[in-house]
Design a protein around this ligand. Structure first.
Ligand code: NAD
Length: 247
């Protein structure tokens, strides 16, 4: 018996990076995964995972649009009758020191990183409530807790996710729904791949386990919180940073 056998899971921002890793690990654990992304590459990622036996479907969904999110959820419910797990992983950065940051750069980050949680939760929650079961897990960040130069918009958005998690867990616990967050540290991704070698080395020097994190590391943190066995863990932020910021 695999950990997510028979489970219907939505993973936002699954086309690449950490989201792709979560899709891969969740499929290996028997889940039926709906990969949501704005990138057409989501289809390639889904094809790749399904060619290795994964049960995964790409839906082109912009998580800032209630219309697209509602339509995708309706489609899942029509065909599968339930949604067990929602992973709010989609996120963006628009880094700039605050004196140079535009209002648009501020708003875009809040829209994708925070407003999307309101939108996806509104769409999915009635179905979880009806089923008396659910797992909602969202991507925070180490930078919500330690800050980072040029990331006032991003750090504020990732801290908002922690507050959202604390409040929502109080509202929905009675329906057997848990709400948690994962706060990744320094993780190998498209973004970190483009950083200069010496910045990467300096970053790794701050990590007690002595290496950069991987999407697979993050996927297993999400997997624990998504499992049936984690039913007594709610309102928690799981810090997955190799010890870079003990908390
Ligand atoms: N990589 C890291 O070091 C790190 C550290 C801390 C937190 N995080 C968080 O983890 C999550 C994943 O990070 P990543 O490094 O894999 O990022 P990434 O940029 O590689 O992937 C993010 C995905 O989200 C998608 N996306 C963006 N806007 C969207 C929208 N409106 N609707 C649907 N999909 C959208 C992108 O197309 C992309 O596929 C993000 O929320 C990020 O903030 C990452």
């Amino acid at each position: 018996m695999k950990k997510l056998d028979g489970q219907i899971v939505i993973i936002t921002g699954g086309a690449q990076g950490i989201g792709e890793g979560i899709c891969r690990v969740f499929c290996n654990e028997g889940a039926t995964v709906f990969l949501w992304d704005v990138l057409e590459d989501g289809q390639k990622t889904a094809n790749n995972i399904s060619s290795n036996g994964g049960n995964i479907f790409f839906q082109k969904v912009d998580v800032t649009s209630q219309y697209f999110v509602d339509s995708a959820v309706e489609n899942i419910i029509k065909n599968h009758g339930k949604i067990d797990v929602l992973i709010n992983n989609a996120g963006i950065i628009r880094d700039r020191s605050i004196l140079k940051m535009t209002r648009e750069e501020w708003d875009m980050v809040q829209s994708v990183n925070v407003d999307s949680l309101f939108i996806t939760t509104k769409a999915v929650l009635p179905h979880m409530k009806a089923a008396n079961y659910g797992r909602i897990i969202s991507a925070s960040s180490i930078n919500a807790f330690q800050g980072a130069f040029g990331q006032t918009n991003y750090s504020a958005s990732k801290a908002a996710i922690v507050g959202f998690t604390h409040s929502l867990c109080r509202e929905v616990g009675k329906y057997n729904i848990t709400v948690n967050a994962v706060a990744p540290g320094f993780i190998k991704s498209e973004m970190t791949d483009s950083m200069p070698e010496e910045i990467i080395k300096a970053g790794i020097a701050q990590i007690p386990v002595g290496r950069i994190g991987t999407p697979d590391d993050m996927a297993h943190a999400y997997l624990f919180l998504a499992s049936k066995e984690a039913g007594f863990v709610s309102g928690h932020t799981l810090h997955a940073n190799g010890g870079a910021m003990p908390i």
